[in-house]
Design a protein around this ligand. Structure first.
Ligand code: ADP
Length: 358
């Protein structure tokens, strides 16, 4: 049996430095490993430009050690290592060096400041309407603490299949209504999801991009968790995301949080283009009259205030919630609501063409 030192070194040599082919051992950035009965403290030396990625490295370490040696306790310290400065400054991640997922033309993250505003409903229906426009579409449910895509697509009891390629387990997405689906809800048991810490959730999310057989897609829609968390930051720093769409309801309690999401995506560490804002539950339609139950124009107001495109309004309608509950998104039907989603999807598609041609 390996002693604990060998085990620690084995695990560290599986952890790659961000944006580098080197791991933590081959890059010689382990300064010290202090063994104790109760706790092992690993000191990692980075140069000053690498320091800004220490959170990513720490997350990867926590994830690997938790998986490979769950019974032991580890702590990770970071120090500036001047000796490394010159030799590896080329390993610095640059914004344009984020991972580009092969064969996926566009990754669209759907986000909201608040839960319950209809982010998953919009993600599902946008996916279906883009597919109806003739695009190949995948949908990732990244809402680890409240995955609802399996309910909305009636795949709650399904498990994705796996296949082994070069000693790596590759997930084959579940396919429903022509959309390729992967949900944290189908992968992590419910009772485990709540105890997953940020770093583990972030690492698992990364695998949903890199270890899934997506084949070729025009659009990969990502239903993010609400708010501004570790997961958002990992996603935006690790992958080339085409842009994000913010979902808000008209009320102030929702628009205030949507504004927080806008500033997070505009932050220089995140820096993801904002495709636009969708206002959900904008009005209730009765015959030809629109009733603005939650006030009028809240979404438009913050779009103007922050100079982002207003992509459209989605009415409040019980056919939307019923279809969600029945696992058959309303966009699959042919009615006035599916037309609303069709228009929204066309707006998104056109906006993305414009973004790409800039
Ligand atoms: P979130 O992903 O933001 O937490 P969900 O998409 O799960 O929100 O929506 C929360 C609830 O609101 C669901 O029951 C959904 O069916 C319902 N809902 C969302 N949008 C609408 C709408 N426009 N009209 C009616 N019900 C809606």
């Amino acid at each position: 049996m390996k002693d604990s030192k060998d085990k620690v070194i084995d695990i560290l040599s599986e952890i790659k430095l961000p944006n580098s082919s080197e791991d933590l051992i081959s890059s010689k950035c382990i300064d010290n490993i202090k063994y104790d009965k109760e706790l092992t403290i690993i000191t990692i030396g980075l140069n000053s430009s690498e320091m800004k990625y220490k959170e990513i490295i720490k997350r990867n370490c926590l994830f690997h050690f938790e998986n490979k040696d769950p019974k032991s306790n580890y702590e990770f310290e970071f120090v500036i290592d001047k000796k490394r400065s010159d030799s590896i400054s080329n390993n610095e991640i640059k914004k344009d060096e984020k991972i580009k997922i092969k064969n996926i033309k566009n990754i669209i993250a759907i986000s909201s400041g608040k839960g319950g505003v209809g982010k998953s409903t919009i993600s599902s229906n946008i996916s279906v309407s883009l597919a109806k426009l003739g695009y190949k579409v995948g949908l990732v449910d990244a809402d680890i603490f409240g995955p609802s895509i399996p309910t909305m697509f009636n795949t709650e009891n399904e498990q994705p299949n796996y296949k082994n390629i070069n000693d790596k387990n590759i997930i084959i997405p579940i396919e429903q209504y022509g959309i390729k689906l992967i949900s944290m809800g189908n992968i992590i048991p419910k009772e485990k999801a709540i105890i997953w810490r940020g770093p583990m959730a972030s690492s698992a999310l990364k695998q949903l991009f890199t270890d899934v057989e997506w084949k070729s897609l025009d659009y990969l829609i990502v239903d993010l968790p609400p708010g501004t968390s570790d997961i958002h930051i990992t996603l935006s720093q690790s992958f080339e995301i085409t842009g994000t769409i913010i979902v808000s309801t008209p009320q102030k309690v929702s628009t205030i949080d949507a504004e927080k999401a806008i500033s997070m995506f505009r932050n220089e560490n995140t820096n993801i283009p904002i495709i636009g804002l969708i206002e959900n539950m904008s009005y209730f339609k009765e015959n030809d009259n629109k009733h603005y139950l939650f006030g009028k124009g809240g979404g438009k107001e913050i779009s103007i205030k922050h100079s982002i495109d207003f992509l459209g309004e989605v009415p409040i309608d019980n056919s939307i919630s019923q279809s969600c509950d029945n696992g058959y998104p309303v966009s699959l039907k042919d009615n006035y609501i599916s037309k609303v989603f069709k228009e929204l999807s066309k707006n998104i598609d056109e906006k993305i063409m414009r973004l790409k041609n800039k």
